[in-house]
Write a protein that binds this ligand. Structure first.
Ligand SMILES: Nc1nc2c(c(=O)[nH]1)N[C@H]1C(S)=C(S)[C@@H](COP(=O)(O)O)O[C@H]1N2
Ligand SMILES: [Mo]
Length: 288
């Protein structure tokens, strides 16, 4: 495209907008993008899990409209040489952003394909210079029941906490997403910044992150605390390990006609080539 004075102005104006209002029309494409059919914007933004805005799939779309994700800071603590409090804006450099089209497989047995806008988690974490004691990374969602009304009910241990082993976090696949479909992340999808770990069940992909902590011991995660026999720390997508109350062999693809057969769930959600080596020698029935 020929860059005219007009588009130049437009780009400059867009860059000055806060993250939550931004659009990214020309993103570089990730080599990890799936070629599977992408779900509609409608499906992705009206069928959600975000208990901070209610436990029903339609609740976040309805209840998150008032949420204002700006200004936003992320506190970085624990086993690293460069901790601190950072503005979200510090991380949203145009060069770092790309489109990553990943399948999200929910532990409940459905999946969707989402065109995220984000940047490499590994690249972000390296900036904080984790030290040799940093064996795990813990992520925490905002705790504020005046802004997240679902937190008034004790359906989960608030705030929502998730974690990864450091080598999982440093793998090339996980991203911090700040948008989808080329636009700033809708509130119901975890504005202004959320994790996406495509080979793990959806609940590992924690939304609206305010804190990152490097730890020596395995973090206590919300779902593991809530149901230790049902939700393990690893939670890798694995069709050979059933949930105690249901099979994980198949998944319903959201947006497909009800009469279409379910999809066979793939080991590591189809990302085995990139991640299987992380679990060499581990019994994935024990470390589920
Ligand atoms: N803070 C927080 N993060 C969360 C959740 C939540 O309830 N609270 N739900 C998880 C679950 S179970 C899934 S499947 C995905 C859903 O992401 P999506 O609504 O953007 O598709 O978000 C995950 N991240
Ligand atoms: Mo989920």
């Amino acid at each position: 495209m020929q860059r005219t004075a007009a588009t130049g102005l437009l780009l400059a104006a867009d860059a000055m907008l806060p993250a939550w209002a931004r659009r990214w029309p020309e993103l570089k494409q990730s080599p990890y993008n799936t070629s599977d059919k992408i779900n509609s914007f409608e499906d992705i933004t009206t069928y959600n899990n975000f208990y901070e805005f209610g436990t029903g799939k339609k609740d976040p779309h309805k209840n998150a409209t008032e949420f204002n994700p700006a200004p936003w800071t992320i506190t970085v603590e624990g086993e690293c040489d460069k901790p601190g409090v950072f503005d979200l804006e510090d991380f949203i450099t145009p060069g770092a952003l790309e489109e990553r089209i990943y399948r999200l497989r929910c532990v409940e047995g459905w999946s969707m394909v989402i065109p995220w806008v984000g940047f490499s988690l590994a690249d972000m974490l390296k900036k904080f210079e984790p030290n040799s004691k940093a064996k795990y990374v813990e992520f925490t969602t905002l705790l504020d029941k005046s802004r997240m009304p679902g937190q008034k009910r004790r359906v989960l241990h608030w705030p929502y906490v998730e974690g990864l082993r450091i080598d999982e976090a440093m793998n090339e696949l996980p991203i911090m997403a700040v948008g989808l479909y080329g636009e700033a992340l809708p509130n119901q999808n975890g504005a202004p910044i959320r994790l996406v770990v495509p080979w793990k069940y959806g609940f590992k992909s924690i939304k609206s992150i305010v804190k990152i902590r490097f730890t020596e011991t395995q973090p206590q995660t919300t779902w593991n605390k809530t149901g230790p026999t049902e939700y393990g720390f690893y939670s890798n997508v694995n069709p050979t390990v059933d949930h105690p109350r249901w099979s994980q062999k198949k998944e319903r693809v959201i947006g497909e006609a009800f009469w279409k057969p379910k999809r066979e769930t793939q080991m590591f959600n189809g990302y085995g080539e990139q991640v299987a080596h992380l679990y060499n020698g581990m019994d994935l029935k024990k470390y589920f």
